[in-house]
Design a protein around this ligand. Structure first.
Ligand SMILES: Cc1cc2nc3c(=O)[nH]c(=O)nc-3n(C[C@H](O)[C@H](O)[C@H](O)COP(=O)(O)O)c2cc1C
Length: 294
C-alpha cells in the first residue's frame, strides 16, 4: 500500500489521486444566472444526492489554481437557484465543451449547442437534451477553503423535477440502460453505465455472514470473494434433508462419477459446479451442491 498524508503532497497531486480513486462520479450539469439574467452552464462531478427528504443534491465548484471562484459560484451568490441537469452518453462531448473556461457572461448553452428550455420554478433554464433536470433552490453555500482548489458545497433543494418519458420501463422505474448515464473518472476518463458495465446485486436482508461459512468454503481456491459474498448473503442454508434429497435426485450423478472414474478431486468438482450456479444467481442450489462435501 502507498500510505499518504495529504499534507505531504502538493494540492494538485493529492487532487489527482482523489479524483482517480473516488469514482465513477455522476455529473451535475449546472445551469445558473447572474443578477442580470446572464446564463451559465458548467459540469461538476463533485456531486451527489444526499437525501430525498427533503430532496437534496449537493455539488462542489472548487476555486481555480489562482484561488478565484468559478462563475457558477459567483452566480449562485447573486441568484441562489440552479438547475442540475443529468448527463447521458449522447451529451458527453458537448458537456465537455461547456466546461471550457469562457469569460463570465458567456452562455455555454450557446457555445456547446444545447437547447435552453425555460424552467417553471427557478430563473436558470434547463437543458432540453438532458434525460433528467432538477430545478433547485440553494439552501446553503458552505465554504471549505479559499486557497487554490478551495472547495465549496452547494446544498440544493429540488423544487421541481423533469424526467424524459423514454428512460422509464413498463413498470415506471428508471431503466439504467435507457437513461445511459456517464460517470467521471480521473484525468480525462469517463465511463458509461450501459451494456456489460451494468449488473445487479441483490441486497440481502440478513445474510448468514462470512463467519458462518464452513472453513472449506471460506478457504476455497476456486470460489472468489464475490462468490463467497453471494453465499454468505443467503439467509438460511438448506437443511440436511434437502441436501440429501438433492443428492438422491440424480442431478449430481455425472459429477460423482467423474470424481470416481475420472479420478478428479470431488470437492473441486463440487465447488466448480457451485460457482457455475452462482454465476446464474442460483444461490440456494449452489449451497445444495457445496454441502454435498460434508
Ligand atoms: C465532467 C467534468 C466535471 C467537472 N467537475 C468539476 C467539479 O466538481 N468542480 C469544479 O470546480 N470543476 C469541475 N469541472 C471543471 C469546471 O466545469 C470548469 O472549471 C468550468 O469552466 C467552470 O465553469 P464556470 O466558471 O462557468 O462555473 C469539471 C469539468 C468536467 C468536464
Amino acid at each position: 500500500m502507498r500510505t499518504i498524508d495529504p499534507k505531504d503532497l502538493a494540492q494538485p497531486d493529492f487532487h489527482r489521486l482523489m479524483i482517480g480513486s473516488v469514482g465513477p462520479r455522476p455529473v451535475a450539469f449546472a445551469s445558473t444566472v447572474d443578477r442580470l439574467g446572464n446564463v451559465n452552464l458548467s459540469p461538476f462531478s463533485f456531486f451527489n444526492v444526499f437525501t430525498s427528504n427533503p430532496p437534496t443534491l449537493v455539488f462542489g465548484p472548487n476555486r481555480n489554481r489562482h484561488s478565484q471562484k468559478k462563475h457558477t459560484l459567483l452566480n449562485l451568490e447573486e441568484v441562489p437557484e440552479v438547475v442540475i441537469n443529468m448527463v447521458n452518453y449522447r451529451m458527453v462531448e458537448q458537456m465537455s465543451l461547456a466546461s471550457a473556461e469562457y469569460e463570465r457572461g458567456v452562455n455555454e448553452f450557446v457555445k456547446a449547442g444545447f437547447t435552453q428550455v425555460p424552467s417553471e420554478r427557478v430563473r436558470p433554464p434547463r437543458v432540453g437534451e438532458s434525460p433528467v433536470s432538477y430545478e433547485c433552490t440553494v439552501r446553503q453555500i458552505l465554504s471549505l477553503g479559499d486557497g487554490p482548489g478551495g472547495g465549496t458545497l452547494i446544498i440544493c433543494e429540488v423544487v421541481l423535477a423533469h424526467f424524459q418519458e423514454e428512460i422509464f420501463d413498463e413498470r415506471g422505474t428508471i431503466d439504467p440502460s435507457r437513461i445511459d448515464l456517464v460517470g467521471r473518472m480521473g484525468g480525462d476518463w469517463y465511463c458509461r453505465a450501459h451494456g456489460d458495465a451494468l449488473f445487479e446485486v441483490s441486497r440481502p436482508k440478513r445474510g448468514i455472514g462470512f463467519d458462518n461459512l464452513p472453513e472449506y468454503v471460506k478457504n476455497s481456491a476456486i470460489l472468489t470473494g464475490n462468490d463467497l459474498g453471494r453465499l454468505a448473503s443467503q439467509e438460511m442454508l438448506p437443511t440436511p434433508e434437502e441436501v440429501a434429497a438433492y443428492r438422491q435426485s440424480g442431478i449430481l450423478d455425472p459429477l460423482f462419477q467423474e470424481a470416481r472414474y475420472g479420478c478428479r478431486y470431488l470437492p473441486d468438482l463440487l465447488q466448480l459446479e457451485s460457482k457455475r450456479l452462482l454465476s446464474q444467481n442460483k444461490v440456494q442450489e449452489a449451497w445444495l451442491v457445496l454441502l454435498q462435501q460434508e
